[in-house]
Write a protein that binds this ligand. Structure first.
Ligand SMILES: C[S@@+](CC[C@H](N)C(=O)[O-])C[C@H]1O[C@@H](n2cnc3c(N)ncnc32)[C@H](O)[C@@H]1O
Length: 274
């Protein structure tokens, strides 16, 4: 099912970025824990209608379906949804995959008991629209569960390292990592929710050395890969970016020689729909 007939430039960019490289490999290596975390914290289980927004290849949608819920996963990138369908088949669960924009969800008001998004809606161009849509499609008394990179964590702070090598963002664009701060997410969700709870946590990138992390990002993670693609004709600048990234990630290493320890801070936000 698709709710997108003709893509806007912003929708096309989002689709192209996240389809570049191999995002499912990044999710598998770095953030597999996010699905079980949201399932546990929201007590997702049988009898619930769950929507996972900006679902990628099913990192949260599939664990929610394994927990027994009826799950819909929505994303702007059909290639990721196709991979999600393969992953769901392998996990022997059913998920309804919907191609669509988080800023204009193709669902009626109050359609879901639980609405989730793991490092998903934070990448939308209009934070306001995406937040309003999460609230709109959740039924009164239902739950919203979000995971967002914080501005200070390894991933959240990696975007400012990329910024000098990228075109200037559109006027008024705000960093996605703002979703990883309680005041901002609370303002975004607004009066539509109460019982808002936020907690900062860390996800460990098990056994990954800084250089291996940068290699993974360069090859597989669209937002990084695309910056290097832009610099394809400027070897010196590409080397500068590579060096800046490696310097930055090495500085985040909290391990000892031979035993790297990289982790990234994220914010878990749970809220009750009024
Ligand atoms: C970092 S990935 C997270 C995917 C997934 N939630 C996970 O945990 O692996 C960001 C996702 O947001 C999706 N996305 C970005 N902008 C979107 C939009 N406007 N509407 C729907 N999905 C969007 C991308 O296609 C991508 O799958």
């Amino acid at each position: 099912m698709s709710s997108l007939t003709q893509l806007t430039p912003a929708q096309r960019t989002a689709r192209d970025v996240w389809t570049s490289g191999n995002y499912p490999e990044v999710a598998e290596q770095l953030i597999r824990a996010f699905g079980p975390t949201l399932v546990d914290e929201l007590r997702i289980g049988p009898g619930q209608q769950v929507l996972d927004v900006a679902c990628g290849a099913g990192n949260v949608a599939i664990p929610a379906a394994i927990a027994g819920a009826e799950v819909t996963g929505l994303d702007i990138a059909p290639a990721l949804l196709n991979q999600g369908a393969v992953n769901a088949w392998a996990a022997e669960v059913d998920v309804t995959w919907v191609e669509g924009d988080a800023e204009a969800l193709p669902f009626d008001d109050a359609s879901f008991d639980v609405v989730t998004s793991a490092v998903g809606v934070m990448f939308c161009s209009s934070h306001k629209k995406a937040a309003a849509e999460l609230v709109r499609v959740c039924r009164p008394g239902g739950a919203i569960g979000l995971i967002n990179w914080t501005p200070e964590g390894l991933i959240g702070s990696m975007f400012p390292v990329l910024a000098p090598f990228m075109p200037a963002p559109p006027a008024g664009a705000k960093p996605g990592s703002l979703w990883g701060t309680e005041a901002y997410v609370s303002e975004l969700l607004g009066d539509g929710v109460d019982e808002l709870y936020s907690e900062r946590r860390h996800v460990l990138f098990e056994g990954l050395a800084p250089d291996a992390f940068v290699d993974l990002m360069r090859v597989n993670y669209g937002p990084v890969l695309r910056v290097f693609e832009r610099l394809a004709d400027d070897r010196a600048r590409a080397d500068e970016l590579d060096a800046a990234l490696r310097r930055y990630v090495r500085g985040c290493n909290q391990g000892e020689p031979g035993r790297p320890r990289l982790e990234s801070e994220y914010q878990l936000t749970l809220a009750r729909r009024r």
